[in-house]
Every structure is written in structure tokens, then in C-alpha cells.
Design a protein around this ligand. Structure first.
Ligand code: WT7
Length: 630
């Protein structure tokens, strides 16, 4: 782990108009934070009471380090809060979802319509024998049916495990078998930049050696080219719900029952199935959608994340719907058919809150101001970012070009494991480019050394969280040891795995990962998964993978490969290896560079020192190499 180091910090500050704070849900940050500190349980009790519980909880939390239980004895169903409540109110005919396809098709659902579809799919899944506690894997492109399927699982108490549509067969297989999924819901194809990318062969390969899978439900998008229904296992999505009724009582869920599993990369070994619960997660997603993103009833809210990632779970689906918001969701990429597409959507739909990622912002920067300038962006009132550090240049550009210097721009730091925002500048508070901000009311976080001692301002250390919060992960699915590791790395803290530095105002700047995870375009990729994909190719003896800084993507993946005897380095082999990773793990995990080498730096115990490779790659001092094996 890193030694302590000093960071020179800029003090540039933007102070938003006073009315921003006055009109925000959160109001004054300091006041809200003090109210939390005064009585944390009363604070979370107030947040939880904004949601409906079939049976009220008896106690806010029980904390037996490092295990927490929240809203003890409470019974609820998140879909009741996301759908029934609105359908029974004046929001019945309010638009819940505006979906724009890659091919420019559009589908709009009111709360009532979304509700009906969810209930039908819930009944369809019941017909297949899916029951409370069963796992359902959802491997789909960004289509309304993806969101509907998530909600349908939650309706009947099935645990969804959404796998991002950009993963390949091996990555999908390990996530299906890891969760022991009974049903997989998928689509025949995804559309990307004008091309049709077939998905079905990926799923067919992924369910070989996945004995728990009983059914594969396929949404057919390519109507002119219907996919054959191959086997008994396969069911057409709309056939499944052809003759079911849109009536399905919500399953009564205990607050601590699991709501979903979401896989995230680990720095070693297989991906980790992060488990979130029905009660605490719901409260965390709802509270932050309201108090951080400041979603109001008349907002048109657009978060560009794929529901296949945690951002999509918390801030496309569950949080915003629990508030009865109008969501914009699109399958399209920001530069197709031209780089104006996102900006036109903002104007066309009248988007008021726009939540995206640094990698997209840096891409917009590269494409030039003429694209946003072609559209009227005056509907925007809040900008937000997530996924990796928002560098000051990208902050300035987004703040000025999209927000015209008038919209609060909040950089939200959090993770799959935390379920909700943890560190960010709240709406109305002064913003410092490069800094995510302070822990939000409800969260106790600090920058500490390896012994858990807070480090002084300006000195780098580990970002760590002290007290439990409602939407914290409850376990790593079937892997107790990896759960404990989060809590046993820094005494007394939840170790998040990021390096950070605080300034004298308590603002936190996140510097990047302290472990072997690579954040590529805001997606967490484990070096271990890419390395094992490379080694599974017959020509590869060994490999090491590092993240190399990139001006747009944050990092790119660079692989070092030692070939087996009898294989020679060539461009052809390089391409073959790239293709091999692409089909096993998927396009997001594909290295951008491969170097063939004859040895790799190792510790005496044989561990590859990726840190040394990275320093060498960047022309930097490798630091302490006393453990390096000559
Ligand atoms: C890791 C978590 C939370 C949704 C997206 C990714 C990095 C995330 C920020 C930010 C600096 C950030 C961290 C974190 N990260 N947001 N605002 N500033 N870094 O979720 O895949 O679980 O990844 O993403 O390194 O630990 P995830």
C-alpha cells in the first residue's frame, strides 16, 4: 500500500447562487450534518418514514461490527414505494419513463403503464416457477424491459443479478453460476452505433456449465429476423406475458431480505457478488436521490448510466422511481449518429437534472463546444458526475458549457458496495473543481493512514468510512472472507480501496484506486479477470495487466504477456489475443495495448508487482522495490 505523500491543492471555488440552497431539499449542509451527528438513528428514522412499510420496523439499526442490520422487523416491498404509491396518487398518469432507442424509436410509460408491465412480467416469472429468494440474471441492453424485469423480480421477492450487456460469455457464465440463477432474461440483440450486435450466442455459450439455469427468457428486438426458439429452456419475453393479468400483490419482504446481487470486480480472483437488502438499500437510494440529486416532482431527470451498473440500480431505477420522478433513459451512445445527440435530447425532453460520467464529459470536450452550442440547454438546473475523479479541466468545461455557469455541478463519490452516494458537494454548497466534497449528512468518512489515524490536510491517505449506513452491502455472496476484508484492512473502518486527500475545509479529493482495480471509462475492471482471460489462450504462459492513464477514458488497459514455448510474437497474435479477451470478457475489458515480454517483475514470494510495471510505463520512479526478486 502507498506510503504517505503530499499533494498540492488548488483553492479555486465556485459559489452557487443563494437560491440554489434555499430551494434545495437538503437546505443548509452544516445544519443537516449536525442533525445527523446529534442523533444518527433519529436521522435515518426520519428518512425511512418517508417510505411505506407494511409493518413498521421496531428498531432503526443493530451494529455488531462489521455486521449491520437496519430497520429491524420492518416489512416492505420497494416496488410498492416505486409504483403502487404513485399509481394511487395524482401521479397515476405522470410520465415515469421516456425511453429513446439507438434507432431513434421512442417509448413512453406513465406510472400506471409501467406498473401494469411490471405486474405482468412478475406473473410471467411466477409461471416459470420463480419464487421469493430465487436468483434471476438479467443480461440485456438498455431497453424498458430491462428496468421492468428488475422491478418484476423485486415485486415477487426474487433476487436480481443484472449483468452489464457489454460482458462476454465467460464473464456472464461466472456471474450466472456465482449467483446460481434459475432464470436468465436476455435479448436477441443490442443496437450500437447503427450496428446490430447479436447477444444470443453469448448467452447460449454462457449457460453451458450453468446447471442451475432452468429458463432463458428472450426479448426479440430484431422482428424482421426472428430468432429461433431453440430448446425447451427458451421462452419469448412477450409470449411469457401474453395471457397473464396485470395483477400481482407485492411480496412482503423483510427489511433485511436480499433485493439484489450485483457483481463488481475484485483485485484478485472471481468478481464479488455484492448483496443489497430490501429495506436499507431502499432508504439509502431514496434519501440520496432526494437530498443529493435534489429531484423534485417537476424535474425531468436523466442519468446516462446503464441500469446494469450500480449507478443505474440506485439512480436510474430505484431512487428516482421511489420519488415519482420522470426519467429519461436512452440506449444510444453520446456520439451516434453525431456528437449532438445527447444535447438535442436535453433540449427536446427539457431535461433539468443531468447525471453523467467524467469519461463522457471528456469525450464531449474533445468533440468541441459547437455541439452543445447547437442546442438550447436552458432547462438544465443541476449537473452531476460519477464513476471516477472529475478532473478540474472537465469540471470547468461541463460547468461552463452545459451549465452556463449557473447550475450546481456535483461530483458524487460512492461504489457498488455503498449502494448510495457517500461523499459529494451538496446542492447549494461551494464547489471546488477536482474535489468530490464532504461526506453527506448520514455518512462519516475520513482520509486516514493504514492504522486508521486521520492524516492532516494536504497529505494523501486512504479514504475510509466509519459508521454503518443503511444501504451498505450486507455480504459478498457466498464469500464471507471477502466481506470481512473490507472491514479488517484499516482498524475500525470500512476500507473503500481509494486514495484520497482532504483540504483544510474538509473537502475530499479522490485520487484513484489503491489496489489492482482499473477504472476504465468509469467501469471497474479487475486485473485478475483480464489476466486469467489472457492466460486461457493457448499461446499465453503468463500475463500482467495495468491501468495506463488516458485523457478521455481515465485509464486504458495495458497487458504484458509472456508467450509459451513454440509461439512467437506477432501483430497477428496480438489481434488474436485481443479478440480472445473480447469474446470471453467482453469489449469493456479489452486491452488497448499488449506488449510481449520475457519476464515480469515479481516479489520474492512470486507476486507480480504491477506497481513497478506501471511506474516504468509512465517513466516514473517505481518507489520501494526492496521486495523485488532479482
Ligand atoms: C469506484 C467504485 C459508484 C458508481 C460508479 C462506479 C471510483 C466512483 C467516483 C468519483 C472519484 C470515483 C472509485 C470507487 N469512483 N465515483 N466521483 N470520484 N472516483 O461504481 O464500479 O463500484 O466503482 O469508482 O475508485 O471506489 P464501482
Amino acid at each position: 500500500m502507498a506510503e504517505q505523500f503530499d499533494v498540492v491543492l488548488s483553492e479555486k471555488t465556485y459559489t452557487p447562487d443563494h437560491s440554489c440552497k434555499q430551494n434545495s431539499w437538503i437546505g443548509d449542509y452544516t445544519k443537516a450534518y449536525d442533525a445527523f451527528l446529534k442523533d444518527p438513528d433519529a436521522f435515518w428514522d426520519r428518512a425511512a418514514k418517508e417510505l411505506y412499510w407494511f409493518t413498521p420496523y421496531k428498531k432503526v439499526k443493530e451494529w455488531n461490527y462489521p455486521y449491520a442490520r437496519w430497520f429491524i422487523g420492518g416489512k416492505t416491498n420497494i416496488t410498492y414505494n416505486c409504483l403502487d404509491r404513485h399509481v394511487m396518487s395524482s401521479r397515476k398518469n405522470k410520465v415515469a419513463l421516456i425511453w429513446r432507442g439507438e434507432d431513434d424509436t421512442e417509448r413512453i410509460y406513465t406510472y400506471r403503464q409501467l406498473f401494469r408491465e411490471v405486474l405482468k412480467v412478475a406473473n410471467g416469472l411466477k409461471k416459470l416457477g420463480v419464487k421469493k429468494g430465487d436468483r434471476v440474471c438479467i443480461y440485456m441492453p438498455i431497453v424498458p424491459e430491462q428496468i421492468i424485469s428488475m422491478l418484476a423480480c423485486a415485486r415477487i421477492g426474487a433476487v436480481h443479478s443484472v449483468v452489464f450487456g457489454g460482458f462476454g460469455a465467460a464473464a456472464l457464465n461466472s456471474r450466472i453460476t456465482g449467483a446460481g440463477a434459475k432464470v436468465v432474461i436476455t435479448a436477441d440483440a443490442t443496437f450500437r452505433r447503427g450496428k446490430t450486435i447479436p447477444l444470443k450466442h453469448i448467452i447460449e455459450e454462457a449457460i453451458i456449465n450453468a446447471p442451475t439455469v432452468e429458463y432463458v427468457v428472450v426479448l426479440r428486438r430484431e422482428l424482421h429476423q426472428p430468432v429461433e426458439i431453440h430448446s425447451e429452456m427458451e421462452i419469448d419475453f412477450y409470449d411469457m406475458i401474453k395471457d397473464v393479468r396485470p395483477e400481482c400483490e407485492p411480496e412482503i419482504m423483510d427489511a433485511e431480505d436480499p433485493l439484489f446481487i450485483l457483481y463488481t470486480s475484485g483485485s484478485t480472483g472471481a468478481p464479488k457478488g455484492i448483496v443489497h437488502t430490501c429495506g436499507g438499500y431502499m432508504v439509502g437510494a431514496h434519501y440520496t436521490s432526494k437530498n443529493v440529486l435534489d429531484i423534485k416532482d417537476n424535474d425531468v431527470y436523466w442519468c446516462t448510466a446503464d441500469p446494469g451498473w450500480i449507478t443505474g440500480h440506485s439512480y436510474v431505477v430505484y431512487g428516482p422511481l421511489s420519488l415519482g420522478a420522470t426519467l429519461v433513459v436512452t440506449e444510444s451512445t453520446p456520439d451516434f449518429p453525431d456528437p449532438g445527440v445527447y444535447w438535442r435530447m436535453i433540449e427536446e425532453f427539457g431535461v433539468t437534472i443531468f447525471y453523467t460520467a467524467p469519461t463522457a464529459i471528456r469525450m464531449f470536450m474533445k468533440l468541441g463546444e459547437e455541439w452543445p452550442d447547437k442546442s438550447n440547454l436552458s432547462s438544465l438546473r443541476i449537473l452531476a458526475s460519477v464513476g471516477e475523479p472529475l478532473n478540474p479541466e472537465a469540471f470547468e468545461w461541463f460547468y461552463r458549457v452545459a451549465g452556463k455557469g449557473k447550475c450546481p455541478l456535483i461530483d458524487t463519490w460512492w461504489q457498488t458496495e455503498t449502494g448510495m452516494h457517500m461523499v459529494t458537494t451538496t446542492v447549494g454548497e461551494p464547489m471546488m473543481p477536482g474535489f468530490a466534497g464532504k461526506p453527506i449528512p448520514g455518512v462519516v468518512a475520513d482520509v486516514v493512514d493504514k492504522d486508521g489515524k486521520p492524516v492532516p490536510p494536504g497529505t494523501g491517505g486512504f479514504l475510509a468510512i466509519k459508521e454503518p449506513w443503511p444501504s451498505m452491502m450486507r455480504s459478498v455472496y457466498n464469500d464471507e472472507e471477502r466481506y470481512l476484508k473490507y472491514w479488517h484492512t484499516i482498524p475500525g473502518y470500512y476500507a473503500v480501496g481509494d486514495l484520497a486527500v482532504k483540504n483544510k475545509n474538509g473537502y475530499i479529493m479522490v485520487l484513484g484506486r489503491s489496489d489492482d482495480l482499473i477504472v476504465v471509462a468509469g467501469h471497474n475492471i479487475g486485473t485478475a479477470e483480464v489476466e486469467s482471460a489472457l492466460v486461457s489462450h493457448q499461446a499465453v504462459a503468463e500475463s500482467a495487466v495495468i491501468g495506463k492513464p488516458d485523457p478521455v477514458k481515465g485509464n486504458i488497459i495495458k497487458a504484458f504477456v509472456i508467450l509459451r514455448q513454440g509461439h512467437t510474437a506477432s501483430d497477428r497474435l496480438k489481434n488474436e489475443l485481443l479478440y480472445h479477451v473480447r469474446i470471453t470478457l467482453g469489449p469493456i475489458a479489452m486491452p488497448s495495448e499488449i506488449d510481449f515480454v520475457t519476464s515480469l517483475p515479481r516479489t520474492r514470494s512470486g507476486k507480480i508487482m504491477r506497481r513497478v510495471l506501471k511506474a516504468k510505463e509512465m517513466g516514473m520512479d517505481p518507489g520501494d522495490i526492496s521486495t523485488l526478486d532479482e
